[in-house]
Write a protein that binds this ligand. Structure first.
Ligand SMILES: Cc1ncc(COP(=O)(O)OP(=O)(O)O)c(N)n1
Ligand SMILES: Cc1nc(C(=O)O)sc1CCOP(=O)(O)O
Ligand SMILES: [Mg+2]
Length: 522
């Protein structure tokens, strides 16, 4: 059902929701995470953070509580461990009932509690296990002492799909090795990988002397350094729990491990950035707002994390066509949105910069008021100046990793890819989606190589990113495109079928209806 790069395969006793239902009615499987962690009365970290991030990412989260802490923004005043038998009862209760995609662990404060977790996981196998080896609170309070280290090393880490220690936790797990540089984080990740987890993410947020926050990801072969600018804020309480739970949520939705980690890092960065000035509590370490995307100011630059379903009906404008039909870009965009376009790209190859910028600014306003993302083709400068939601670039435009560093973590980047290799590179460079084509011959883009439906399918199957098909697509052939039926093909991008037409609104509505109908057939 899922293509989780590196996730353990489905256990033999895995039941699918549909198979266990007696009714023939259609059912919708909701991605489900179980967090096994401690309660934070201040609700910045622990179980409370886990529930919030999963909700924010559209994933159901159940909770098994291992300990209750009396905790606020000033620190941890007291910790009460729940009896292992009672932790076991909670585990049995939910594991025997729900069908979790992923279990995420946080505070596991005693060997006995780890034992009951291991026992329950052997009785009720789950698809993936995310282990955040919580040991010390942000305020310095010990949450799991050295007594748990051996059971972590010998029994929990070997069954984990990913572990997410910070440098202090990585050092403790490795017997106290010094970790003060990115190079030492890499060595630590390698040594931790030898203990058995499939993937290791060593978080460098606490590293001294760095303007960037650098995390080191190791998959057993390759290292990735995940960098983002350090955000100056007191509101960092709960970042570790949030990151690990967001990874769990993304895995539950079907992401590969590296994509899940990248999305999680961006989620935390966006949340910290949004919450950097908020004041909750009087202490040194405040919580941040997990629901920033619900609250974003329509006029502000913050865009919620990209939703691949937005690629469903992707309208790409064309300056020549708009001139030919004597309409402005703004009118074209308004009509496309009204007709059901789910994302807009301004591809104005011949526009003068100043005029284009003014029109782009107007389009940003229109798109924001309708909750539709607006991307700019090729022109990173225009995207930055008009505060668009992102850009689309091709293989001969600015390299994607450079685009990402210019636009920051919260903008959407799409890349044109005709081959699996290009798709792989786009993913590695931090793109959000790929556009693949030309599926059919087109007059809109000169000298464009056609890859056909087979070429599209090959790229989709190889891509770790969501895909939108492009090139010669219209009402007459959109269904055949969607029928290649690969899960990451999310929609079609069209130019002439919408804009080289007398009425953009009518054509967009028709294409939208056709696509909706094709969804039912697939
Ligand atoms: C969604 C989408 N996919 C592909 C393209 C083509 O981009 P590129 O290869 O850079 O070609 P130009 O559009 O710049 O001619 C696209 N624009 N949108
Ligand atoms: C802009 C563009 N990019 C393509 C690619 O293959 O990457 S095909 C294309 C033109 C799509 O226009 P129409 O919908 O009018 O065929
Ligand atoms: Mg281009």
């Amino acid at each position: 059902m899922y293509s989780l790069g590196g996730i353990r395969s489905l256990p033999a006793n895995w039941r699918s929701t549909t198979a266990s239902m007696t009714t023939t009615e259609s059912v919708r499987k909701v991605p489900q995470v179980l967090t096994v962690a401690g309660s934070d009365s201040g609700a910045g970290a622990g179980i409370q953070a886990d529930l919030k991030v999963c909700a924010a990412r559209g994933v159901y989260c159940a909770s098994v509580i291992t300990a209750v802490t009396a905790q606020n923004t000033r620190g941890v005043q007291s910790v009460h461990l729940l009896p292992p038998e009672f932790v076991s009862e909670q585990l049995k209760s939910v594991l025997s009932d729900f069908e979790f995609d992923v279990v995420k662990t946080g505070m596991l404060p005693s060997t006995e509690i780890v034992e009951v977790l291991l026992q329950n996981l052997s009785e009720f196998p789950v698809r993936a296990l995310v282990v955040d080896p919580v040991m010390v609170s942000t305020s310095g309070h010990v949450l799991a002492g050295s007594s748990v280290l051996s059971i972590f090393r010998e029994r929990l880490l070997p069954i984990a799909d990913i572990i997410t220690p910070n440098v202090k936790e990585a050092s403790a797990l490795l017997g106290g090795v010094k970790i003060e540089t990115v190079e030492e984080m890499r060595s630590a990740a390698k040594l931790l990988h030898e203990m058995g987890p499939r993937f290791v993410l060593v978080k460098g947020g606490d590293l001294p002397d760095s303007s960037d926050s650098v995390d080191v990801y190791f998959d057993g072969k390759e290292f990735h350094e995940l960098r983002s600018p350090r955000i100056a804020t007191r509101n960092t309480h709960g970042t570790g729990c949030t990151l690990a739970s967001c990874i769990a949520a993304e895995l539950a939705k079907g992401s590969s491990m590296l994509s899940a980690v990248k999305v999680a890092k961006r989620f935390v960065d966006n949340a910290l950035d949004y919450s950097k000035d908020i004041v909750i509590g009087t202490g040194k370490q405040g919580p941040f707002d997990h629901f920033f995307s619900l609250k974003k100011d329509p006029q502000s630059s913050r865009c919620s994390i990209f939703n691949p379903d937005d690629l469903f009906l992707y309208a790409v404008t064309d300056s020549r066509m708009n001139k030919k039909w004597n309409r402005s870009i703004v009118d074209a965009v308004k009509a496309a949105i009204e007709g059901g376009a789910t994302i807009i790209q301004l591809r104005e190859k011949e526009a003068e910069t100043r005029e284009f910028l003014e029109e782009a600014k107007s389009c940003v306003g229109i798109c924001r008021s309708h909750g539709v993302c607006l991307l700019i083709n090729d022109r990173i400068d225009i995207a930055l100046a008009c505060d668009a939601d992102g850009v689309h670039v091709g293989q001969s435009d600015m390299p994607v990793d450079l685009v990402r560093s210019l636009l920051g973590p919260d903008k959407i980047i799409g890349v044109s890819c005709k081959t699996p290799e290009q798709a792989h590179q786009a993913w590695k460079d931090g793109a959000d989606y790929i556009g693949s084509g030309g599926v059919f011959p087109t007059n809109t883009k000169a000298n464009n190589r056609t890859i056909g439906l087979d070429g599209l399918k090959t790229v989709c199957e190889a891509s770790q990113l969501p895909v939108v098909a492009i090139g010669g697509i219209g009402i007459s052939n959109a269904v055949s495109v969607m029928q290649i039926n690969t899960p990451n093909l999310k929609g079609v991008a069209v130019v002439s079928a919408l804009f080289d037409q007398e009425c953009v609104l009518t054509q967009t509505k028709k294409l939208h209806k056709t696509l909706e109908e094709s969804k039912k057939e697939v």
